[in-house]
Design a binder for this molecule. Sequence first.
Ligand code: RM4
Ligand code: MN
Ligand code: MN
Length: 431
Amino acid sequence: MAGDLPLAQDDIERLNAGLADALDDDYGSLGRQLGRRGIDIGAVKAKVAGFSVAVPSWGAGRGGTRFAKFPIPGEPTNIHEKLEDCAVIQQLGRATPRVSPHFPWDKVSDYRALRDEAAALGLGFDAVNSNTFQDQPGQAVSYATGSLSSTRADVREQAVAHNIECIEIGKQLGVTDLTVWVGDGTNFPGQQDLGRSLDRYLDAASEVYAALPGDWRMLIEHKMFEPAFYSTVISDWGSSILVAQELGEKAKCLVDLGHHAPNVNIEQIVARLHRFGKLGGFHFNDSKYGDDDLDSGSINPHQLFLVFNELVEAEMNPRGDFRPAYMIDQSHNVTDPIESMLSSAEAIVGAYAKALLVDREALLAAQEANDTMMAFQALRAAYRTDVTPILAAARAEAGGAIDTIAAYRASGWRGRKAQERRAAGTTAGIV
Ligand code: RM4
Ligand code: MN
Ligand code: MN
C-alpha cells in the first residue's frame, strides 16, 4: 500500500477541476464518434486503465552523451531519490507503477528495505538489468575483452556471477525477469572469431539460465552496434532468438526500438518473435539515427503505433504465456527527466489505445480479399483518431492529472529538490 505520495493530491484535484468540463466535452464527442464506428469508448478506457509500462531507474537522472553531460539542479543522484521522482511520474500519470533497476548502479545494502521504500511511494519493481559493459571500482578482472563472451574464463565467470547476483537481488525486490544486454563485440575485423565468441556466450549464458528460479525469465536484448563498432555478439533479433531457443523455455527476446539498422521493419520483428512464442519484453524510446534513446513517439509516432498494432494482435492471440515486460528505456539529456517520462508514457499508452481502435475484422477481411487500400484504411482510421480524452479520463479516474506536465510544473517539485539534493556530477556517460 502506498504511504505518502510525493505531491499534494489536493493540488492535482484542484487543477483537474478546472479542466474537467472541457475533458467531459471532448470525451463525450469522441465517445459519440467511436460509437458510430461500433466501438465502446468505456471498454477502450478500461483497457487503457489496465495498461502499464515500467520506468528505468537510470532514466530519472539527466543522461549524457559520451561527450558531455549537463545536469540540472535537483536531479536525483541515488536510487532513493530516483524512486521519489518515479513516484511523482506515477502519481501524475498513473501508467508507470514499476521501476526497472540496474545493477550495480542501484546497489544498496538492504533490498527488502528498498522494496518497502518503493511500496510506500506506490511503486513496485520490474525486470532487473545486469551491467557487464562497464568496469566497477574494486572488480577483480576487466570487461575490456568482453563479458559473457570474453576469451578469458575468469572474466566470463565474473560476468556469470554478477548476473546470478542480480537474480538474488531481484528475488528480494519481488521481480521475476532478468534482462541481459551485453556490449560484447569487436572494433576490428579479425579481432575475435565470430563463431567462437557466440559459443562462449552460449556457454556462459546457460550458467545464468540454470540459476533462474522456476517462475523467472531471462530476457535477451540484442543491439546492432555500440560500444562495439565492427561486430556485436548479440547483434540482431536472429541471434537473439537462436540463443533464446538454445537456452530454453524461460529465455525470451527483448526488443529495444533503438537497436536496429535504420529503416528496419521493427513491427515485423515483433510479429516474428511472437509467432515463435519468444517475445518477452520491449524497451520504448525513439531514434533518428541509432540508439539515440530519444523520447517515445517524438520522432516516429507512426512506427510506435504499428509496433503496438502487432502487440495488440499478440495480446488478442497469445502464444504460450504472452506477458511482455514493457519498459521505457530513454536518456533524457536536454529535458527534465520527469517531464520526458510523463510525455513518453502518454505517447506509449496513446499508441496502445490507437491500436485497440483498429477494426480487426475489417482489416482481416480486407487482407483476405487482397483489398490493399481498405486494409491500410483500417489502420489509418485508428491512427488518425485523437485518443487524448480517453487517456486523460483514465488518468484522472485513477487519481492522476489531466494535464500532467502543467501539474508537475505547478508543484514546484524540482525547485524544492534543488534545495535538498546534492548536485549531480558532470562526467560523460549514461549515469
Ligand atoms: C543499452 C541497452 C540496455 C540498457 C543500457 C543502459 O543500450 O538499451 O537496455 O540497459 O543501454
Ligand atoms: Mn534497452
Ligand atoms: Mn539502448
